[in-house]
Write a protein that binds this ligand. Structure first.
Ligand code: HEC
Length: 124
């Protein structure tokens, strides 16, 4: 009876040691894979040094101040060269409503004029 009891104790100690090992290993694996996941999450941003095309128009300074808080002129360079004021207005309004670009309603038209005359179909 005593031997049975001690072997029961020995077994249960062995079980808890094994359990501790399993818990430790899964914690280790979780930590390692989390670390890996975090490392894999590097985001590639577009080349962010593209300057806004210079212009005499008031919208030029606005684009530099208001649009560059999030990205360079990179995105403007890749828009269709035949894009008209309607297209540009839609883009600027999308920046304002979707991304909360800090631009007032009065400034929108000014930036749209600049964009369509510097990048779009109203280029001279
Ligand atoms: C608050 C951040 C923010 C500001 C400010 C901002 N943008 Fe953007 N813009 C983004 C993000 C994010 C994207 C890329 C995601 C997308 O196009 O949906 C983007 C994309 C663009 C694109 C590419 C759209 C396409 O379909 O290829 C253009 C053009 C653009 N922005 C113009 C502007 C102009 C002009 C301004 C200034 C009036 C401006 N943005 C201000 C966040 C911003």
């Amino acid at each position: 009876m005593i031997t049975m009891r001690s072997s029961y104790l020995k077994n249960s100690r062995a079980i808890s040691t094994t359990l501790a090992k399993v818990v430790f290993m899964s914690a280790l694996i979780t930590t390692l894979s989390l670390h890996h996941a975090l490392q894999a999450k590097t985001v590639e941003w577009p080349a962010d040094s593209v300057q806004w095309r210079s212009s005499e128009l008031a919208g030029y300074a606005l684009a530099q101040q208001k649009c560059s808080t999030c990205h360079s002129a990179h995105y403007a360079e890749y828009q269709p060269p035949n894009a008209g004021t309607g297209y540009w207005k839609a883009q600027v309004l999308r920046m304002k409503t979707v991304f909360k670009a800090p631009i007032t309603d009065d400034e929108v038209q000014s930036v749209v004029d600049y964009l369509s005359q510097t990048y779009g179909s109203s280029r001279k």
